[in-house]
Design a protein around this ligand. Structure first.
Ligand SMILES: [Mn+2]
Length: 356
């Protein structure tokens, strides 16, 4: 098993690659979507947080990720002694009508195929994504964690309808007419997802890229009047069975799975790691379950993280673990301190597990 760090778009710098290496990481997972565009300065250090208007504006619909930029990113990561394990999240600008089944669907599916092919050519093996209409929304951000550290949580359902022009908690069309996006059924959503896999998986196979599905965060059956896809551990199996392929894999989020109301996090780790379906792991801890939970420091939640690692080891998981989110620590560099704490814990845990 390998230790990695996920870096948001604005944090893809040489200094942060060195920071990751210094904390013992060997791999980077990069976000190319800028979740913080158009937001107040000073808000851009931590994970993006929510309001009814979402995180902000999606990227440029006409600018697909280029082969040159992808290759340059991999080279920059490698120059600091690390490997680029994957890209996390498609830009809503590039696939809003895939999620919404809108008029640009066909064109946008072709764009996604093009970017997956370019990733393969650039030697980037994993594309993490979250097939979700409303995205990561409805969370609160308060001093929930140990020592009054700022962390994300949830304090009940979030049902405010989603405005037109928004998908995946970002605005892709600021000029959309007033009104809200009509709700669809769960079967509609599964059918859109199935059609996405039918088109993308063969391309990913040929490109040598694994598509890695993140579960819903938060894992509620519906939010903002829209259904969600993987909000219980067993729904991951449905997603895999929809299109069996080495390229149909999971961005396995321990925190989100622990927040689910059914099942058991250790059984889920066992079930999916035994099938060798974990492309990479979000190694995050939490207390409580939806609709009331709080993100915690890695050593301080409901999940026994060492028990998770032992299951992964037994099932010969060889991929990368990244901290996902952490509470922010009180100091001049709250995000970095939180990540360094999580990485230190993970490094020690992996050394311990290795010696058992
Ligand atoms: Mn996650």
């Amino acid at each position: 098993m390998n230790l990695g760090l996920g870096l948001y778009h604005h944090a893809l710098t040489r200094e942060n690659f060195q920071f990751a290496r210094q904390a013992g990481a060997t791999h980077i997972v990069a976000h190319l979507v800028d979740y913080f565009k158009g937001r107040a300065s000073g808000s851009n250090e931590d994970q993006p947080m929510d309001s009814e208007r979402g995180w902000g504006f999606a990227g440029d619909a006409n600018a697909l990720w280029s082969f040159e930029d992808l290759l340059a990113l991999r080279k920059a990561v490698e120059a600091e002694g690390l490997k680029l394990e994957g890209i996390e999240n498609f830009d809503p600008a590039h696939w809003h009508d895939v999620l919404l089944d809108g008029p640009k669907r066909k064109e946008q599916i072709e764009g996604l195929k093009t970017m997956v092919r370019r990733m393969g050519r650039a030697g980037i093996p994993i594309m993490g994504y979250n097939f979700s209409i409303t995205g990561v929304c409805g969370r609160t951000h308060r001093r929930y964690a140990r020592g009054n550290a700022l962390a994300a949580g949830m304090e009940g359902p979030f049902d405010a309808p989603m405005p037109n022009g928004m998908v995946w908690n970002m605005i892709y069309d600021p000029h959309a007419p007033a009104g809200t996006v009509p709700g669809i059924t769960s079967e509609d959503l599964w059918s859109r997802f199935g059609a996405f896999l039918d088109e993308l998986v063969p391309v990913a196979e040929e490109a040598g890229v694994k598509l890695a599905l993140h579960p819903d965060d938060p894992p509620m059956p519906a939010m903002r009047g829209q259904p969600r896809l993987v909000y219980q551990p067993g729904l991951y199996q449905r997603a895999l069975d929809q299109k069996p392929s080495p390229s149909n894999a999971l961005e396995f989020c321990i925190g989100s799975i622990a927040e689910m109301t059914d099942g058991d996090v250790y059984e889920a780790v066992e079930q999916y790691s035994r099938q060798n379906k974990l492309a990479y792991v979000h190694f995050r801890n939490v207390t409580g379950k939806v609709p009331r939970y709080r993100e915690t420091f890695i050593d301080d939640g409901d999940v026994d993280m060492l028990r998770v690692l032992r299951i992964l080891k037994r099932n010969q998981f060889q991929g990368v673990l990244i901290p996902d989110h952490t509470p922010q620590m009180s100091c001049a560099a709250p995000w970095h301190a939180g990540m360094a704490f999580a990485l230190g814990y993970m490094r020690a845990a992996l050394q311990l597990i290795d010696r058992e």
